[in-house]
Write a new protein. Structure first.
Length: 630
């Protein structure tokens, strides 16, 4: 095979592997130009032609630098830089491919792959990185040969040797990556983040709820968080995010709660969990309802028991947390209840009269809640994502006409009726349910599990009330019937989970925790006993290495070399000195009393000076002559 052709193929492979992860993030013109340049470059390599000469290529590069330099700004450096990088790679694929140009292709391909990590560092990046390292290492090794003789031809044997060395070295170097990754100091924030605009995603949770604003709810399967914890009852899988406490027209919004409202006790016996949060751009930290303690991100607790982080969640984050069970939050010192009794501007007389008929003078808050729950059950309501109630009075339309709606309709109607009954209430937004991975031991929560429920103040405690459980088809809420991941999806998501856990979320705090645990464990070790037990495991490999070093010269001898050594040993048995091989085999064989020795010397010299490998018949003949000498 011509070494030039193989080298061009490896360069094309390196360009493809480097540019593929970056391609979805490029501007539309470059997304069209890059694959076209790749295909045209392959076609030109096969034809041995050059599509773009040096001067036009240089002019295009200068224009590209000016164009993308003008579009770069302090808030957006990465976008123009990555597009410029992709354009340079496309131009280089179309120009002449000398040794210097091939080296530039390898460098640009590696930089393109690195640039893709600024946008997304998914588990697929690891596969591309390994392929890129192998392709570039093999390509650089071939480049050394091609630079010396571009017209060289490689047959199977030298090609196999070059392939083994060119790929073996990077594979050995990759073995050093895991220990260095865990040992080298980590920064709390990736160093390149200041170059890139925050990549925020739209969460399924909103700080503005308005029943009746949409007729059909679109759902997304985008992952919001994974939670490593033990299996929990389905009715406890409420992931609390935000509290909406104030009606504003037809909508409900969040306003700052009274400072003295909440005093949640720090419980050490709650549910342990490790949260792996996907980028949402929000300031509210999600967690199992309610969060008691957390560690991993700087954050503060609000009076209504939310957790607000100091920086928006624009990157994958890991938080260790503890939550209490039951969904109850103890209220703090007495505070004005006006905020939680304020009614929406448009409460219809029909709704007022319905609540008045349900409650009696002197009823406790618990009795009033029970009466409203009974009303929801009697109405025969259905949970639905389509054909949602609307109009001027969407709550009345939901309760008395269509009798079907989304969780927003259930929660807003229930909270409104509680406030009409003089029971302080508020809306809570978050997620409900989750698919549990038996393989990974974690819950997977996606945007389509966004949910809204109610908290009511009863006897000094905010209690979680979910009115959607009164729907006739309540089992469909939060896709509870799909609680367990199965099949290939479980393995794929588990791999992504461990990638995020091991690589993306691994930071300085985890390094410190790991070193602290390692220090505690080493203090318990009995080093004397460990040394005695490890002697066989140390001595065995040492003996093996020594024997291998002694036997290696023999193992690497060719068949004719081994036959020559047997011939010399036979001569020494006849008391013939064989130290001075400069005398030649014929001279040494003439001193032997065996005629077969002189025949062996003649056959062996003829074989050696022929310059070709021995055949099986010739080796067999030499062995027979040695047997005759014995």
């Amino acid at each position: 095979m011509p070494i030039r052709r193989l080298l061009l193929s490896i360069a094309a492979l390196a360009a493809l592997v480097g540019a593929a992860p970056l391609w979805p993030w490029l501007d539309l013109p470059l997304r069209l130009v890059l694959p076209v340049a790749f295909l045209l470059g392959l076609w030109a390599d096969q034809r041995g032609t050059v599509l773009l000469t040096a001067r036009p290529a240089t002019l295009l590069i200068v224009v590209a630098f000016v164009w993308y330099g003008a579009h770069a700004s302090r808030g957006d450096i990465v976008g123009p830089a990555t597009n410029l990088l992709a354009l340079l790679l496309a131009l280089r694929l179309l120009t002449e491919k000398s040794s210097r140009h091939l080296l530039q292709i390898f460098i640009l391909a590696l930089l393109a792959l690195a640039a893709s990590s600024l946008y997304s560092l998914s588990s697929v990046f690891l596969l591309f990185l390994i392929l890129e390292v192998l392709a570039i290492a093999f390509g650089l090794f071939l480049l050394c040969y091609a630079d010396a003789d571009p017209q060289a031809q490689l047959d199977r044997r030298p090609l196999r040797a070059i392939f083994a060395i060119g790929l073996g070295l990077p594979l050995l170097s990759l073995l050093l990556v895991p220990p260095l990754f865990f040992i080298l100091p980590r920064t709390q924030i990736p160093l390149w983040n200041f170059l890139n605009q925050p990549q925020s995603a739209i969460s399924g949770i909103s700080d503005h709820v308005e029943p009746g604003s949409v007729s059909t709810l679109a759902q997304s399967k985008r992952i919001v968080l994974r939670v490593e914890t033990s299996r929990q009852p389905v009715n406890e899988l409420y992931w609390r995010v935000i509290v909406l406490n104030t009606p504003a027209g037809k909508a409900w919004v969040r306003r700052s709660p009274p400072a003295a409202e909440m005093n949640l006790p720090a419980s050490q016996n709650g549910i342990q969990q490790r949260l792996y949060i996907e980028p949402t751009g929000e300031f509210f930290l999600p967690g199992l309802d309610p969060l008691v303690q957390w560690r991993g991100l700087p954050a503060a607790r609000t009076p209504d028991s939310l957790v607000i982080v100091q920086r928006p969640l624009n990157q994958r984050s890991m938080v260790q947390a503890i939550s209490s069970q039951g969904g109850r939050i103890r209220s703090g010192k007495p505070f004005p209840l006006d905020l939680y009794l304020t009614l929406p501007e448009e409460v219809t007389p029909r709704l007022r009269s319905t609540v008045a008929e349900l409650i009696q003078e002197g009823d406790s808050a618990r009795q009033r809640i029970t009466a409203i729950e009974g009303f929801f059950l009697q109405q025969g309501l259905n949970y639905s994502l389509t054909d949602l109630p609307g109009g001027a009075a969407p709550i009345d339309d939901f309760l008395f006409a269509k009798k079907s709606g989304y969780c927003e309709h259930f929660a807003v109607a229930f909270a409104t009726m509680l406030r009409l009954a003089q029971v302080p209430a508020r809306l809570v937004g978050g997620y409900y349910g989750g698919e549990y991975s038996e393989f990974g031991g974690y819950y997977l929560v996606s945007e389509d599990r966004a949910h809204l429920w109610v908290e009511a103040l009863v006897d000094g405690y905010w209690e979680r009330l979910d009115p959607t459980r009164f729907a006739r088809n309540a089992d469909s809420v939060g896709n509870v019937q799909q609680q367990r991941m199965r099949g290939l999806s479980q393995w794929v998501d588990a791999f992504n989970y461990y990638w995020n856990r091991t690589v993306i979320s691994y930071d300085l705090s985890q390094q410190i925790d790991w070193l602290r645990r390692a220090g505690k464990e080493t203090r318990r070790w009995d080093f004397a006993a460990i040394f005695k037990q490890s002697i066989p495991f140390v001595v065995g490999p040492v003996v093996f290495v020594v024997l291998l070093a002694l036997l290696r010269p023999r193992l690497h001898r060719s068949p004719q070399e081994r036959l020559l050594q047997r011939f010399l040993r036979q001569l020494r048995k006849e008391q013939i000195a064989t130290d001075d091989l400069s005398l030649g085999l014929h001279t040494l064989a003439a001193r032997s009393r065996y005629p077969a020795a002189r025949t062996f010397a003649a056959r062996y010299n003829a074989l050696i000076f022929s310059g070709r490998p021995p055949s099986a018949a010739e080796i067999s003949e030499l062995r027979e002559l040695l047997r005759q000498m014995q």
